[in-house]
Write a new protein. Sequence first.
Length: 92
Amino acid sequence: MFHFEGSGILGLEVRPGPAQCAGLAQKGLVYLRKRRKTTAGLRQKFGPEYDRAVLTHGSKAETKLADREKRVEKLYIRDLDLTEHERFSKQW
């Protein structure tokens, strides 16, 4: 329940009760756990590239890496057969 008093915006001050504070704290903890899990997953998948992305892009690094991950998932990547391997080896 919210308590209204006469000193805030439009003469009302809203003070959340214990249940609202607990709910907000729980949502904050869920958010932090999800961020840590995302960070750990990207760090494991990208290795040193994760650190380079953080140095280059700062707070946007994880978004850029996640976008890259989604883009690569759409690609058709397969092993080369022996003939293709030899051909590409000669070209490189």
